[in-house]
Design a protein around this ligand. Structure first.
Ligand code: PRX
Length: 637
């Protein structure tokens, strides 16, 4: 497949960028022209950031799976679409060609139809990283059902919250999932989750681990049995549902600074164009290249850059079931060697953790196939950047440090591989179509270079979120109300002398732990669920491997006799309410929290203490009880 919109030089980048600002509609129409539309759009863009109301390719009709599958069959039918590497290196890998994938998606789409799923229904997917997960996602898209993938590390309670919020009617899961030396009992977690979810009428269970599961009559069905039924029907094709460009494609829950995670909504047309455009350009993807993204499909990176971006581009996408450290810390390099991977897209936290094992696991691995490297999810520190560059890329592969968010749908600020001059720690320049702006607390634009501010985007791009599911007002207040007429990212940002952007981290109460987004309020609520906890405050602190660690200050009802036991109980509660990823790294018991006279917790102070900056707490005179700060300082962990 050729990509006429692929940028090949910095001059071309500048030209394209200028054009995308002067005439965004013309720019995106040119890109969108290279997709398969059932019906062309009437208008490229209608928008306001007030309500907000954003529509791309108005009146256009399409199905994203026709762009990811059908249109490739003629030329790429026998080309690998998905290469799957299992958790256990001894198990056989799988290669699924575009034709195979098309057949499997149609087959499973028919399974969903046989089970009464219709356009617009919400389907929860809770699976490990096996090809059937990608097949399930695409099968939903094929028939216009809205998928809501929940990461396999979330607890029953978190799943229940998400299912209830979206009123899902069907769940697709596995008996279990292999991850490293763990075997996660997915179906049993779903059973617990569904106790409070009457909207779910059916559960389809795919076999993976052969963990014993209980199947509920009339509700639970085996994936394999359902497929057989379609086979006995003679494997009829499954025509793709015609979708409006602005029909919902999927919901993906993500954490914010307040309340429960919200369901970020992406729609069919704009998301497709954006995921494809950003994939093809950021990685400078060339036909035939093997591309390996180590993310989980439970996160946006997996949606956009394991499934929709690569497949819409006819690329070969490698999907890995396991973790980078199993069976040893050389696993990613073994996989790279085994499949002659050309592009590797991973997270700083993985790089930092692998750095800790030294060069032993890297030496003697054949990494000469690598051409381009990528990083995503959190700021990449210079040390990790150089290690990646020198020891993995052997000094010859460009690194793209890609900044973006669940809400942006695709990459926003990034070098273009082989085109943009890189700089460690910098996401560098916005892709064409992306108009970043830095503002101060009052929303006043900060112009010029060598400046810092809050990162906003001032013009719509096709991949942006349209709403938060079931609560449009929440979308408005979270992203569009802080600064008038701007989308607020929640990130702090520096623009250096060269006009390069460097993301400095969240400026709100959102943590980034090992690249996972977690709201402090969410963790606090979970801690407070533990009997005996009166109040808690959670902040982040720098962590060598995770980027940020979770530091919790906890007030208990009475002095605990066995603080270690209480800590363990609290960790268990957090695991149960959210999932293991949200477990605090440190818990400090305190008798009070620093509050203003109006009762607001002064997190700034708690953050400084957690960071170890004890002499630099700033003004504490407005505190209700300044003494408490001294006590907290003394008890710091
Ligand atoms: O703080 C930024 C950080 O991750 C946040 C988005 O998290 P999430 O929606 O889970 O999406 C992660 C994958 C796109 C951002 O607000 N972040 C993401 N990429 C970078 C980053 N921070 C610095 N540099 C990056 N390249």
């Amino acid at each position: 497949m050729a990509y006429p919109y692929q940028i090949k030089s910095i001059e071309e980048y500048q030209q394209n960028y200028q054009q995308s600002v002067i005439d965004p509609e013309g720019f995106w129409a040119n890109v969108a022209d290279h997709f398969y539309w059932r019906r062309k759009w009437d208008k490229v863009l209608e928008w306001n950031f007030k309500e907000p109301d954003i529509k791309w390719f108005v009146g256009g009709k399409l199905n994203i799976t026709e762009n990811c599958l059908d249109r490739h069959l003629g030329t790429l039918g026998n080309t690998p679409a998905i290469i799957w590497e299992p958790n256990d290196p001894e198990e056989r890998h799988r290669v699924i060609t575009y034709r195979d994938l098309y057949n499997k998606v149609c087959q499973f789409a028919n399974v969903l139809k046989n089970n009464g799923v219709k356009k617009g229904d919400r389907i929860c997917i809770y699976m490990g990283m096996i090809p059937e997960l990608a097949i399930a996602v695409l099968a939903c898209a094929r028939i216009g059902a809205i998928h809501s993938v929940v990461f396999g590390g979330f607890s029953a309670q978190s799943i229940a919250d998400r299912i209830q919020d979206a009123q899902c009617s069907l769940v697709i899961t596995c008996d279990g999932a292999f991850r490293g030396n763990k075997d996660i009992p997915l179906k049993s977690v779903i059973d617990d989750a569904l106790i409070g979810c009457p909207s779910v009428k059916k559960v389809i269970v795919c076999t993976r681990t052969r963990t014993p599961v209980s199947m509920i009559k009339g509700r639970d069905l085996w994936w394999e049995d359902e497929i057989k039924q379609v086979e006995t029907m003679g494997n009829p094709p499954c025509p793709a549902e015609e979708m409006d460009a602005e029909d919902m494609l999927f919901i993906l829950y993500t954490s914010g600074s307040t309340g429960k995670p919200k369901g970020v909504v992406h729609t069919c047309g704009g998301y497709m164009v954006y995921a494809n455009y950003t994939f093809v350009n950021t990685f400078n993807y060339q036909p035939g290249e093997v591309y390996f993204c180590t993310a989980d499909i439970g996160w946006i990176t997996g949606h956009s850059y394991i499934i929709y971006g690569p497949l819409s581009a006819g690329a070969t996408t490698l999907m890995f079931e396991g973790v980078p450290t199993y069976p040893d810390a050389g696993r990613l390099w073994s996989i790279t060697d085994k499949f002659r991977v050309n592009i590797l897209y991973t997270a700083p936290t993985a790089i930092r953790s692998l750095m800790g094992y030294g060069l032993g696991p890297v030496n003697h691995k054949e990494l000469s196939s690598l051409k381009k490297l990528g990083s995503v999810g959190e700021p990449i520190n210079e040390e990790a950047w150089h290690w990646f560059k020198d020891h993995i890329g052997k000094g010859r592969c460009p690194i793209v440090d890609t900044w973006w968010q669940t809400e942006t749908g695709g990459i926003m600020i990034t070098p273009i591989a082989g085109v943009t001059k890189e700089k460690p720690g910098y996401a560098t320049l916005p892709l064409p179509g992306v108009q970043p702006i830095l503002v101060d607390e009052n929303g006043k634009e900060i112009t010029g270079n060598g400046v810092n501010g809050n990162l906003c985007i001032k013009f719509p791009w096709p991949g942006m979120l349209r709403t938060t599911y079931g609560d449009h007002e929440r979308c408005r207040t979270t992203y569009f109300a802080t600064y008038e007429n701007l989308y607020f990212t929640g990130d702090g940002c520096q623009r250096d002398e060269d006009g390069y952007y460097r993301i400095t981290g969240r400026v709100d109460d959102v943590l980034n732990v090992s690249g996972h987004r977690i709201g402090t309020a969410e963790v606090e609520n979970a801690i407070n669920m533990h009997a005996g906890v009166v109040e808690s405050a959670v902040v982040g602190y720098p962590h060598d491997i995770k980027g940020q660690g979770i530091y919790a200050y906890v007030i208990t009802e009475r002095q605990t006799h066995d603080p270690e036991l209480t800590k363990k109980d609290i960790l268990q509660t957090v695991s149960r309410i959210i999932g293991p990823i949200a477990k605090p790294d440190k818990i400090q018991f305190v008798s009070g929290l620093p509050k203003t006279r109006s009762g607001k917790i002064m997190r700034r102070i708690l953050r400084k203490i957690a960071e170890g900056e004890l002499d630099n707490l700033g003004d504490t005179t407005t505190l209700l009880d300044p003494v408490v700060v001294e006590e907290i300082k003394r008890g710091r962990l």
